[in-house]
Design a protein. Structure first.
Length: 269
């Protein structure tokens, strides 16, 4: 269906623009139940993941090649002047695409017998969370759970760092008790990544239903998840550094799990 285009917005005092600026704040996102998706690539992946925008704001003067590939004629759109778009954009060098969408809220799909779930405990840096979502997507993980005092799923930097994998990788933010209940009811083995574990990750069995638990770099896993873990593994460190970036650590273990599944259980993905 083709949507009629409303009048372009040029005034920097426009009420819609002020609303979009407010939605950069987490409290405002939670209050309204809305989020912003900026970038043509991110929006394309959101659309493929079933997200239905309330409105897409465009500035053709800033369009990238990816923006021209979007099905904008089938979406509700409002055109902004360059000055108006740059006011609401959170990026340097924006590509002229910004969508207003409802906050993500979707049930987690039921796992298969070889499902891997990533559990991120209290991670605060959106770049790390986004990078882990991309890795989880690339490694064929079943889902990612954000627990503790972590980021909200509408954080613009998380969306950008994930390059849209947030919308194609099943992801949920939920209380730790609810996350543990979901995992236990489905017979997941809980694997903690900690520098003190005697067993290295490549010597551990990483097949079957597996939940990889990752905590913050400075504090590690919370006591709640450390005590819930069925198995702990470490990543050997040969130099003076005592830990890796959490996104790097997660990537190593997720891809070792993928290697083991492909080696011993062909077609398990």
């Amino acid at each position: 269906m083709t949507h009629p285009a409303p009048e372009p917005i040029t005034s920097l005092q426009n009420a819609q623009l002020k609303r979009l600026v407010r939605l950069r704040d987490r409290r405002e996102r939670l209050r309204e139940g809305a989020m912003l998706i900026e970038g043509a690539r991110e929006l394309a992946r959101a659309l493929s993941g079933g997200v239905v925008p309330e409105m897409v704001y465009t500035c053709p003067e800033l369009f990238s090649a990816d923006a021209h590939d979007l099905p904008l004629s089938t979406l509700p759109t409002t055109q902004l002047s360059r000055a108006a778009f740059e006011k609401v954009s959170g990026r340097e060098g924006p590509d002229g695409v910004l969508a207003l969408c409802p906050l993500l809220s979707r049930p987690l799909p039921e796992p298969g017998p070889q499902a891997t779930v990533l559990v991120l405990d209290g991670l605060e840096k959106p770049g790390n969370v986004g990078a882990l979502l991309r890795t989880a997507d690339g490694a064929g993980a079943h889902a990612t759970l954000l627990v503790g005092d972590g980021l909200d799923l509408g954080n613009p930097n998380l969306i950008r760092a994930s390059q849209g994998s947030l919308f194609t990788q099943p992801t949920a933010a939920l209380p730790e008790q609810d996350a543990l209940k979901w995992l236990r009811e489905r017979d997941f083995t809980l694997l903690a990544c900690t520098p003190h574990a005697p067993q290295t990750y490549w010597n551990a069995p990483l097949t079957g239903r597996l939940a990889l638990l990752l905590g913050t770099e400075h504090a590690g896993l919370s006591d709640f998840w450390a005590q819930a873990a069925d198995l702990s593994v470490s990543i050997p460190m040969q130099g003076t550094a005592d830990s890796l970036n959490v996104a790097t650590a997660g990537a190593l273990i997720l891809y070792e799990s993928l290697r083991q599944r492909q080696a011993w259980l062909p077609g398990a993905n």
